[in-house]
Design a protein around this ligand. Structure first.
Ligand code: ZN
Length: 55
């Protein structure tokens, strides 16, 4: 049986989405906006927050 799939199997956060430990758990929304790389060039999603989209 493959029913024993871990709940985190599909909700496992990407490295980018790892919560910023410097932020309080109150601010930890598990999203990139609070990731450890937020507002750094290491964040592959930085472009989203800069509002820059290739058209
Ligand atoms: Zn990020």
């Amino acid at each position: 049986m493959d029913e024993a799939l871990e709940p985190f199997e599909f909700s496992e956060p990407m490295p980018c989405y790892e919560s910023n430990r410097l932020l309080s758990s109150d601010l930890d929304d598990g999203r990139c906006v609070h990731c450890q790389k937020f507002l750094t060039l290491d964040c592959p999603y930085i472009g989203h927050f800069l509002g820059e989209e290739d058209e």
